[in-house]
Ligand binder design. Structure first.
Ligand SMILES: Nc1ncnc2c1ncn2[C@@H]1O[C@H](COP(=O)(O)OP(=O)(O)OP(=O)(O)O)[C@@H](O)[C@H]1O
Length: 281
């Protein structure tokens, strides 16, 4: 199991600060959900943690700064499933997922039977076996999203970063994907960090949460302390009711704001100008 820690991570894009001194810490085998309104900087945070963006600050795995690691070493420790990556349309689902084995293959080497077996079993667990030979360009949005996750899982890294892994998925596949990630977490001790917009879903799976707003830390801690009506109203501008599910975890329900009182229909007043006769003396 590997822990991950982020210290004072700041990112500027196009000369504009997008993340300011963000910190987080996830113990090995735990699940952190990063939440926040649109444009808060959630995806940017994951990309910066992966070293895909220039950033100030430090990311450590088991206390080792990832900056000091070679790309292959880093890829054996951290896998990342981006939200909507550009996919080579002609590549097959199997060959794309197999790319997750790249960190284990030597220079000029080729993937072996073991790599193909791992890839096949991940595709099966994600309901993708039937698509193995299909070109990526011939998939639906939800199928593509599962293939991107498959590639990250095939990497078999102890830390898994997932950017909105369920947005394009139907209800059944949302549950299937999150259950699979959770089972891997429990069985293999995966450490999971995911951005996620569905707050009830996040509350079902995460151990802790980080709420960011405007690129800054707004709240963090156990799920129950972050998913509160007042924090969600303040940072999402949303009118919600937070209930307790059967397992004690919070369920976030959107509540329609009270509608304004209907405008009263005026009682017929013959003296009103709108009613014909006017108010002449
Ligand atoms: N390449 C870029 N250049 C300049 N600004 C960018 C770039 N990418 C993102 N941004 C800006 O950075 C901010 C954070 O974006 P980011 O995608 O991290 O937000 P997010 O919290 O993931 O949003 P969402 O919930 O909408 O997916 C936004 O204001 C966005 O417009």
């Amino acid at each position: 199991m590997s822990s991950i820690e982020v210290r004072e991570l700041s990112v500027a894009l196009d000369g504009r600060p997008v993340l300011s001194e963000i910190g987080l810490s996830v113990r090995g085998g735990e699940w952190l959900a990063i939440i926040g309104p649109n444009g808060a900087g959630k995806s940017t945070l994951l990309r910066a943690m992966m070293g895909l963006l220039e950033a100030q600050g430090e990311v450590l795995i088991d206390g080792v700064p990832v900056r000091s690691l070679k790309p292959k070493q880093r890829a054996r420790l951290m896998a990342y499933a981006p939200q909507a990556p550009l996919l080579p349309a002609g590549l097959s689902v199997f060959d794309y997922a197999l790319l997750g084995r790249t960190p284990y293959i030597s220079y000029l080497g080729r993937e072996g039977e073991h790599d193909r077996e791992i890839t096949g079993s991940v595709l099966e667990r994600l309901d993708l076996s039937a698509f193995a030979a299909r070109p990526l360009g011939h998939l639906s949005g939800g199928e593509r999203q599962r293939v991107v996750l498959a590639r990250a899982l095939v990497q078999r890294a102890p830390v898994l970063l997932l950017d909105e892994p369920t947005t394009a998925l139907d209800l059944g596949h949302q549950q299937q994907v999150l259950e699979l990630v959770d089972r891997l977490r429990l069985a293999d001790g995966l450490t999971v960090v995911t951005t996620i917009h569905d707050l009830s879903l996040a509350g079902q799976y995460a151990d802790s949460m980080l709420l960011i707003d405007g690129g800054r830390h707004a709240a963090s801690g156990p799920v129950k302390e972050v998913l509160t009506e007042s924090l969600l109203a303040r940072h999402f501008g949303a009118h919600v009711r937070v209930d307790q599910g059967h397992d004690g975890r919070p369920l976030v329900n959107l509540i329609r704001p009270a509608t304004p009182e209907p405008v009263p229909v005026p009682v017929h007043d013959p003296t009103h100008p709108a009613n014909g006769s006017g108010s002449q003396p």
